[in-house]
Design a protein around this ligand. Sequence first.
Ligand SMILES: CC(=O)N[C@H]1[C@@H](OP(=O)(O)OP(=O)(O)OC[C@H]2O[C@@H](n3ccc(=O)[nH]c3=O)[C@H](O)[C@@H]2O)O[C@H](CO)[C@@H](O)[C@@H]1O[C@H](C)C(=O)N[C@@H](C)C(=O)N[C@H](CCC(=O)O)C(=O)O
Ligand SMILES: Nc1ncnc2c1ncn2[C@@H]1O[C@H](COP(=O)(O)OP(=O)(O)OP(=O)(O)O)[C@@H](O)[C@H]1O
Ligand SMILES: N[C@H](CCC[C@H](N)C(=O)O)C(=O)O
Ligand SMILES: [Mg+2]
Length: 495
Amino acid sequence: MNLTEAASTLLTSMLIGDKTTTVTGIAIDSRLVQAGDLFFCISGTAQDGHQYAPKAVEQGAAALVVERQLELDIPQLIVKDARHALAVISNAFYRYPSQEVKMIGVTGTNGKTTTTYLIERILQDAAISTGVVGTIEMRYAGQVFPMSGTTPSSYELQRSLRDMADQGVQACAVEVSSHALEQLRVAGSRFRVAVFTNLTQDHLDYHGSMEAYRDAKGLFFSRLGNTYSANEPERSYAVLNADDEASAVFKHMTTAETIMYGLNDGADVRATDIRITAQGTKFHVHTFKGNADIQLRMVGKFNVYNALAAISVGLIEGIELSAIVKSLESLHGVAGRVEAVQAGQEFSVIVDYAHTPDGLENVLQTVKEFAEGRIFCVFGCGGDRDRKKRPIMGQIAARYADYLLVTSDNPRTEVPDLILVDIEEGLKADGVNKERYELIVDRKAAITKAIEMASPNDVVLIAGKGHETYQIIGTEILDFDDRKVAEEAIRGTGL
Ligand SMILES: CC(=O)N[C@H]1[C@@H](OP(=O)(O)OP(=O)(O)OC[C@H]2O[C@@H](n3ccc(=O)[nH]c3=O)[C@H](O)[C@@H]2O)O[C@H](CO)[C@@H](O)[C@@H]1O[C@H](C)C(=O)N[C@@H](C)C(=O)N[C@H](CCC(=O)O)C(=O)O
Ligand SMILES: Nc1ncnc2c1ncn2[C@@H]1O[C@H](COP(=O)(O)OP(=O)(O)OP(=O)(O)O)[C@@H](O)[C@H]1O
Ligand SMILES: N[C@H](CCC[C@H](N)C(=O)O)C(=O)O
Ligand SMILES: [Mg+2]
């Protein structure tokens, strides 16, 4: 792409310098710039990318996209909003790959990763080559790539989609975080389906209020397929959780046809007769394409919702309900989501990724349904993240578990002990007896203690980190895997 072509995508942009300059790649981080790249100076949430322009030039950038002209001898494309320009130009640079790969986006506070995996399985089994992009990893066409967050930046997403299209990938299930919506990471991507799981408290540090958080999610639906045309190759659909009140707002915002799923009468895709055991979840599903019994290997009522959302997507894609049911029944679960650790012990140890008040409540409710003995809950709250959820998570843990081991979960640049104190505030406010909990800042020590305390038939729930294989302390990323630590603790105590 040359700079004139890049400039032509934005009517109000202004090009300074050699207009024929060719750019061979896109970069937003000066440390990753390669010779020939177009470097976008983004006014970010933490810092101003314009300050890194000299470094980008030094690394070989061919040109810059800036919001104000810089005193540098290099072609510059001046735009009003570099983040917006990044989305627009990335879509063009990678030749609009979302027109070729059918995109299914999943947004919501909890359940995005799980739901994308269910969708991936259903589509793969229907011989639709499917990629998945989200918290755990990105994978397609037999390759796996690590991820640093949930939703990649717009240029990384477009670059990956182009690669998918070139490798014959037909569909892609993408986790769409509220940060991503606010930061235009999926802007310009054509979504065939937008799925909403639920909206509960999280990320108030970033969004400020629940209304602002809901509005960020709403962007996904208001931007969805807002043209009706005889030439439109395929319609877009919104798949909404009928039992979450935010869905009414999203339904109102979108021009797409909506499929409502839930547990109550009136939902288009509905579950009844739910039965949960330690081994799995049974229910009857009623849809606009027939009814069926289904037996998931995954436990928890929340997984019924995730399954209903995935069933809706399968039906939109024209897959038979019986085939969808078979696919879902074959899935063992998702790494770090209600994952059992078995090392010969006589009590249950479960590792789960619940890191929000609602996530924690759901998983504890599920555990409570099958626990025969006491419940020990090891959990913490992330540093440099929503502080308001901390006392609430403490209160929820105390409501369901018999004994709490409050510990660290990626303290990042905060003082770890103080995060624990924030959680304890909630316990004190609820008058939880000090005999029922302890604060152990070292996560390994907390897990080990819980395992030492457990007796046959008890359940040790280790929440918050799920599939994560690290603990972020300060700016250091240290190896840490709840599953391995638990297994070692079990073997170490010889139980
Ligand atoms: C608050 C937030 O969302 N930040 C994300 C955002 O950064 P930003 O654009 O605001 O950038 P910034 O850090 O202010 O820096 C400004 C610019 O300077 C550049 N820079 C910076 C340093 C340098 O040496 N050179 C350089 O060029 C940066 O690359 C950037 O372009 O865009 C970046 C690129 O997409 C992300 O990596 C970064 O994620 C940070 C690490 C983060 O922690 N994000 C979390 C909160 C997040 O996004 N989480 C959601 C998941 C939520 C969920 O699933 O519940 C997610 O989608 O991952
Ligand atoms: N539909 C749901 N409703 C409420 N809680 C859920 C739901 N699905 C999963 N959970 C809980 O939330 C945790 C996280 O699930 P999952 O990883 O699928 O969510 P996510 O939305 O991808 O999270 P993240 O925002 O970190 O990407 C699970 O370990 C489980 O405890
Ligand atoms: N997507 C979430 C993941 C949180 C996981 C938890 N282990 C933590 O570090 O807080 C976030 O970035 O806020
Ligand atoms: Mg996720």
